[in-house]
Design a protein around this ligand. Structure first.
Ligand code: CS2
Length: 437
């Protein structure tokens, strides 16, 4: 089969002038999520005639995705699965492709390009822990410092990762990296005062692409697409309305611009992501492989409803209709057309649990409320650490003793969620789960 650029011959090509498009965006973290979530927005803007928002796509480490996309001239197809199926849509916004670990200077140059106005980040929760010169934060710090030296406008940095207060987290990481890189006071002040780090809430369930997905998309296209992505029909992006300089007409592409993202962020993390993590650990322990299988297990479905009942009281009902949100999640999780592997969601629990489960537990315990379902969810993580092979985590070495059951998880919970103080509830849930699971 011929590769994707030939789609132009077949009439699938994006209907805008890719050659005339400039790269107004540098995106760090070129995984499936970016290709399913932010890239279609820039694609819609280009289709609407604004060609300033092409993307320089940067993979932090892995050259594989960049090689696959480069062989296709940056084109790839995005397929919506479940509900309103549509033909794969070819996205053409990736103008340039880089691997940060191989060519950090090229990334800094892209960040310091006069055409660049926005940086979007999907570097996962743990991506903000690293403040070294080659990290995302390090590259952004050096890019901003170069812009200042060149007399260019600052940038808006949009974190699109599932961290609480992701804008502030990104800002802290960039400032720490700038300090580590020896950037002086004037440069630090310029970053702190001129660059913008709005909070954002991103949502679209997008599993890592599998060979089967790639084969099926390629067959539908009649052309090989080694970078094909499958995603769900649902899509949401809420951005705090605070930009440093030029910005696209995001609202025209369906993005919600709001004064305060916090209520959206809480609903997303504490309802969707909390349920995902609960299903991942308990589902794997009960022998399931995919989200749609786990949610069809009556025992797990009941646990998820209890997790949602417990989380609901911490969500601002004036902004988010929790009942409607829950109803939508039940449908989205049950989607059989989009196999979403539990083992992928189960990765990096030490980074994911604090905003998804531990913050809610802490808030409830402050109000004198017990949280048996949330505690059971956390206990699922601890038991899964000991029983499920292949769970990735940046703190894996420290987690070994609790995985083996030789240590209570209290110390690690206190470390990953300093405000957390519901250890007794976790110990009780853990003892109960160890007896039954
Ligand atoms: C998932 C998320 O992998 C995970 O941890 O919970 O990636 C989830 O699919 C997205 O946040 C949905 O928007």
């Amino acid at each position: 089969m011929s590769a994707l650029p030939r789609l132009c011959d077949a009439g699938f090509a994006p209907r805008y002038d890719r050659a005339a498009m400039t790269a107004g965006v540098v995106h760090l973290g070129l995984g499936a999520f970016h290709r399913a979530h932010q890239a279609p927005v820039f694609d819609a803007l280009a289709a609407g005639g604004d060609l300033r928002w092409g993307v320089t796509g940067v993979a932090m480490r892995s050259p594989g995705v960049v090689a696959a996309l480069a062989a296709q001239d940056g084109l790839y197809s995005l397929s919506q699965r479940g509900g309103d199926e549509a033909a794969p849509r070819v996205i053409g916004v990736l103008k340039a492709l880089l691997v940060a670990a191989q060519d950090p200077e090229a990334v800094i140059a892209a960040l310091a390009d006069p055409d660049t106005h926005l940086v979007t980040l999907t570097i996962t929760e743990k991506g903000y822990l690293d403040h070294g010169p080659a990290s995302a934060a390090g590259l952004i710090a050096r890019g901003l410092e170069r812009r200042r030296g060149l007399g260019l406008a600052p940038l808006t940095i949009l974190s699109c990762d599932n961290r609480a207060h992701n804008g502030a987290v990104a800002r802290d990481a960039v400032l720490a990296a700038a300090q580590g890189a020896g950037i002086g006071d004037a440069g630090l002040r310029w970053i702190a005062e001129q660059a913008a780090f709005p909070a954002t809430m991103v949502d679209r369930i997008t599993p890592a692409a599998t060979p089967a997905m790639i084969a099926e998309s390629s067959a539908l296209l009649g052309r090989e697409d080694a970078a094909a992505v499958w995603t769900e029909p649902f899509w949401q992006w809420v951005i705090e309305d605070r930009f440093a300089a030029a910005r696209p007409d995001f609202a025209s592409a369906g993005v919600q611009l709001v004064a305060d993202v916090a209520p959206w962020e809480a609903a997303k993390l504490r309802l969707l992501n909390a349920a995902h993590s609960t299903l991942a650990y308990h589902g794997l322990l009960r022998g399931h492989r995919f989200v749609h299988e786990a949610i069809a297990d009556a025992q797990l479905a009941a646990l998820i409803e209890q997790v949602w009942d417990e989380a609901a009281v911490t969500i601002d009902a004036a902004v988010v209709d929790v009942a409607a949100y829950r109803a939508a999640l039940r449908r989205r999780f049950a989607n059989p057309a989009l196999p979403h592997a539990l083992i992928q969601i189960a990765a990096d629990g030490s980074q994911k649990l604090p905003p998804r489960l531990l913050a809610t537990l802490g808030e409830r315990s402050d109000r004198g409320l017990a949280s048996p379902a949330l505690a059971a969810a956390v206990a699922g993580w601890v038991v899964a650490l000991g029983r499920i092979d292949g769970l990735a985590d940046p703190l894996l070495a420290e987690l070994q003793p609790i995985a083996r059951g030789t240590e209570s998880p209290s110390a690690i919970l206190a470390r990953i969620a300093p405000d957390f103080h519901a250890e007794t509830e976790i110990d009780t849930a853990l003892a109960a789960l160890r007896e039954t699971a």
